[in-house]
Design a protein around this ligand. Structure first.
Ligand SMILES: [Zn+2]
Length: 217
């Protein structure tokens, strides 16, 4: 018998479309949505906030680590290409090592850091920004619809939301996909999911380039 903790289990947490069991792995259940093609982990398999925070602390990202800096380079280059030091930015979900904040601040950019666990400054969510960086964050969203609505509302007109994540493609063998093995990764995006977000939240563009998704307001 399939476990069914509550009535929402069978609805996609992003678009509320119907979702079907996609894969079962180590007693974890993943679903794919028939509407947006997003893949979500069963809610009952989500970590508790305490467990989740512990996992993030284990990541222990060092902002001076060159490998880590290179990893976030695409998002940094995109921001520097599109915006200047006069624009306001937000590093959303920055985690223990806010590397984007560090690199941009070192270059005199004006960027604030927010993270519900490690930089919890709710006042920063009451302002508007020209650009928002979400680097390896959106795959951790328990409530992706709620999060994208919040991010959209934080953006100024002509602003941009940069999301770095590993998109799921049809040629990937989900069973052997490293990205799903992190227990904090609960929602995976496909190109179709990106299109759904672009349409639903009325972004002008939703462009995918490797790991970088750019939504323009
Ligand atoms: Zn969906």
């Amino acid at each position: 018998m399939l476990k069914r903790p509550n009535k929402y289990t069978w609805l996609c947490p992003l678009c509320s479309g119907k979702k079907y069991i996609y894969y079962k792995f180590n007693e974890r259940t993943y679903y794919q949505c028939e509407k947006c093609a997003g893949i979500s982990l069963d809610e009952s398999d989500h970590l508790s906030p305490e467990e989740e925070m512990k996992r993030y602390l284990e990541h222990n990202n060092d902002v001076k680590d060159i490998k880590y800096q290179n990893f976030v380079k695409p998002i940094i280059l995109a921001i520097c290409n599109d915006f200047s030091r006069h624009n306001k930015g937000l590093d959303y979900g920055a985690g223990t090592g806010p590397v984007i904040t560090k690199i941009l601040t070192d270059n005199s950019y004006n960027i604030k850091t927010y993270d519900p666990y490690f930089h919890n400054f709710p006042d920063y969510l009451k302002k508007k920004y020209d650009y928002i960086a979400c680097c390896e964050v959106i795959e951790n969203f328990y409530r992706p619809y709620h999060e994208f609505r919040k991010l959209k509302n934080l953006l100024n007109k002509n602003g941009a939301l940069y999301c770095q994540t590993d998109l799921y493609k049809d040629n990937i063998d989900f069973k052997n996909w490293y990205y799903k093995n992190d227990p904090t990764h609960v929602f995976f995006y496909t190109e179709k999911t990106v299109c759904w977000i672009k349409e639903r939240f009325k972004f002008k563009e939703g462009i995918v380039k490797n790991r970088l998704i750019t939504f323009r307001n």
